[in-house]
Write a protein that binds this ligand. Structure first.
Ligand SMILES: [Cu+2]
Length: 111
């Protein structure tokens, strides 16, 4: 009886860890030449989803810090997703609008 309770507690703990670490999706809206919200903090393992809510304008969410090439534009109705597996601070920009509209954002990933 005592032993099965311990097994149950361990199982609950493991199950909760999985939910907290891996399955969350946080959404950032690209609209009016802004990322909304511009700054977010998420746990390691979280997926961030960028949604384009413009009528006509495309954008990008370019993580130069990750060694990526620019040019992955997403159009109204499109999404882009990225899962963050390491803690850190990740700055990104919309490559075509970083100068003209200061269109940029940051993702803080914490343990
Ligand atoms: Cu843009």
């Amino acid at each position: 009886m005592f032993r099965s309770r311990i097994i149950l507690l361990v199982w609950l703990f493991v199950a909760q860890q999985v939910v907290a670490g891996g399955d969350e999706v946080v959404t950032v809206i690209a609209k009016d030449y802004k990322f909304q919200p511009e700054e977010i903090t998420v746990k390691v393992g979280t997926t961030v989803r960028w949604e384009n809510h413009e009528k006509r304008q495309y954008h990008s969410a370019w993580f130069e810090v990750l060694g990526e090439e620019p040019g992955d534009y997403f159009f109204p109705g499109d999404i882009r997703e990225r899962t963050f597996e390491k803690a850190g601070t990740y700055h990104y920009v919309c490559e075509p609008h970083q100068e003209s509209h200061q269109m940029k954002g940051v993702v803080h990933v914490v343990e």
